[in-house]
Design a binder for this molecule. Sequence first.
Ligand code: ADP
Ligand code: MG
Length: 231
Amino acid sequence: MENQLRKSDTLTVVGELAAGIAHEIRNPMTALKGFIQLLQNSMGEDQYAMYFDVITSELKRIESIITEFLVLAKPQAISYQRKNATVIMKETLDLLSAQASLENVQFITSIEEGLPDIYCEPNQLKQVFINILKNAIEVMPKGGTVSVALEKIEGEQVLISIRDEGTGIPEDKLKKLGEPFYTTKERGTGLGLMVSYKIVEEHNGTIEVSSKLGKGTTFHIKLPIGSPTVH
Ligand code: ADP
Ligand code: MG
């Protein structure tokens, strides 16, 4: 518990700093992208195609870092509302279906009927689902199944479980999840889970992770039904 509190303090500071910086970086980025596009058009693609590929992919990387950071900021239009997590999850799975099938990943869902609404910011929650589902896809390079379950549990909560058949996470690394910049991927940002933990915390929910090496990992997201007390 103590550990959790400290982590959340760090996240708040990081979030405030990051939001400011991210906004500042966005504008010059847009200009860069525009001029590189112009340059590419006027030079013709053939000779320098490889350079442009690298530039474009690195720009995309910067962009994804910034986008993940920006979610930490109180976003543009934040609106908490009553919504069914099923709807948000289905939208998210649709969004990721192309990437999943490209990676030979199959989504299997098990959704309890008559699941009660939760009080949430749907875009932020979608971001949480995207981040965790993307990790699940990325951890199965040869493909596999991601099982998604939504159910009502004791204590007036909705439990959302996302299970993959990936590499699993070593026990001693579990506590590092959600730390800013913790990544084991060559092209990772180490921000996806930090952002997700932060969002779920703001919803008065929790995220727990269980994992078995070589078997897979499950993320358990618990969110309260009804209005959280403060925002
Ligand atoms: P990134 O995906 O950019 O590395 P994340 O914050 O999304 O950043 O994840 C941080 C790290 O947590 C990952 O690099 C990986 O080591 C670990 N991780 C997250 N999800 C999973 C998963 N489903 N299976 C195994 N490891 C995971
Ligand atoms: Mg990730």
